[in-house]
Ligand binder design. Structure first.
Ligand code: SF4
Length: 433
């Protein structure tokens, strides 16, 4: 671990991201160790993410950018290759294929993304429109996707619609037939790994006139997304949901986002048989600072445990190659992505890493209307201006580019030609005892 003084020097390099009110980062600057981040998102990981978002390359400032210090899960998993065999960024073989298909069924629209990663749902209301735009612009540049989350589909996103997933969640906020028809992928959100069983709350001071209009509600009124979907209590009910989307938009792929209960294998097979193309499992540790800490840490199964359970069960049922398995909830680095895939996922969804790319300090004030001094999780018209969409998009693209280099480095060191060859290769991992 780096000393407070070393971290302070690195933080100074990113001082353009330091604005008034960033207490945690300010504390770091005054040399208080541990003031930035936590054991999962350590100060080094946060600073390394800033650096990658600035340069588009793996960090060169000797920061630990691959693992955190949680002492478990991804942080104790390692790949079986020697550091000496890891190519430098300049030596990376660019022909190594990182693409994954999102529709593995025999019929329907073919969608392939060039990297095994896309952006997860963060709703208008929970985040600013400018940050949503930055994410959508980045998704278009990379050729991947971002998700609207559950707060409706703001019209400024329409120019990016080929790269925007629209979400249907329990509150049905802003769900309209026209936006379902725009979407190449429609995502049902049954639960979120950071707060399963709790639904969602958007506190009153974030419900500005624009947010209320989009959500067809009243200004400055707390909005609740119930748990569960009160129209779904069985796989048959769920199939009616999938059929509804296929009727409104016959070409859309259907993704189903669920949390990770201990019977996640049964949930996953039900999702598959209802006709979904993508099973999106969201483990604990994701979410913004608006998710209660006690829920994040104590309800859902960590994603590292859920992935192999579902991968093996779908394989034993003979359907693994007919559905795409996506993992989220605590994916912080390119190494986490590669480990999730080696455990059995096809790809990953990220959210917090994109926020950190544009300057999030992990301060945990996300739920308040004027709590985010960076302009990410705010709907305040003035604070939102802190994110210039083009600037934010470039930083997110740079982060993806750095992760692309790292994923190829890992595959090259393992002697693999494609990310698809890594799926389920737990034999290439070992667990530090
Ligand atoms: S997004 Fe949330 S955690 Fe990040 S800086 Fe804004 S308020 Fe803090």
């Amino acid at each position: 671990m780096k000393s407070a003084q070393e971290l302070k020097v690195i933080a100074e390099k990113h001082s353009h991201l330091i604005r008034n009110g960033l207490n945690k980062l300010s504390s770091l600057r005054y040399g208080i160790p541990g003031a930035l981040g936590n054991l999962r998102w350590t100060a080094e990981l946060i600073l390394a993410t800033y650096e990658q978002a600035s340069t588009g390359k793996p960090p060169t400032s000797n920061l630990e950018y691959r693992i955190g210090r949680s002492g478990g899960g991804f942080d104790r998993l390692r790949f079986k290759f020697s550091e000496k065999t890891l190519p430098t960024p300049d030596e990376v073989d660019k022909s190594i294929d990182l693409s994954i298909p999102l529709n593995k069924q025999k019929n329907g629209r073919r969608i392939t993304i060039p990297i095994p990663i896309y952006g997860g749902g963060m709703s208008f209301g929970s985040i600013s429109l400018n940050f949503m735009l930055a994410r959508a612009m980045a998704a278009k540049t990379i050729g991947t996707f971002t998700s609207t989350g559950e707060g409706g589909y703001p019209p400024p996103l329409v120019p990016y619609k080929d790269h925007v997933i629209t979400q249907v969640a329990t509150g049905l906020f802003g769900v309209r037939e026209e936006t379902i028809q725009y979407a190449p992928i429609v995502e049902f959100k049954y639960a979120q790994g950071a707060k399963p069983g709790l639904g969602g709350h958007l506190l009153a001071d974030k419900v500005t006139a624009e947010v209320a209009k989009m959500r067809e509600s009243s200004t400055f009124t707390t909005l609740y997304s119930p748990f569960p979907f009160h129209s779904v209590y069985s796989v048959e009910d769920h199939k009616k949901h999938v059929d509804w989307i296929k009727t409104v938009n016959p070409t859309a792929l259907v993704s189903v986002k669920v949390s990770t209960p201990k019977d996640i294998d049964m949930v996953a097979i039900g999702i598959y048989y209802a006709g979904a193309h993508i099973i999106h499992m969201d483990g604990s540790y994701g979410g913004t600072g608006a998710a209660p800490e006690i829920a994040k840490k104590n309800i859902a199964m960590p994603i590292e445990y859920a992935i192999p359970i579902v991968h093996k069960y779908l394989t034993s049922e003979g359907v693994r190659d007919e559905v795409t398995l996506i993992a989220s909830g605590g994916i912080r680095t390119a190494y986490d992505v590669a480990k999730a895939i080696a455990l059995g996922a096809d790809g990953c969804v990220i959210g917090t890493a994109e926020s950190i790319a544009v300057g999030c300090t992990h301060c945990g004030n996300c739920e308040r209307g004027r709590g985010c001094q960076i302009g990410i999780t705010t709907t305040d018209p003035e604070l939102s201006l802190f994110i210039d969409p083009k600037w934010g998009a470039q930083r997110i693209v740079n982060l993806y580019n750095s992760w692309t280099i790292q994923l190829r480095q890992i595959l090259q060191a393992l002697g693999l030609d494609s990310i698809k060859e890594l799926r389920g290769r737990t034999d290439l991992l070992y667990y530090l005892k």
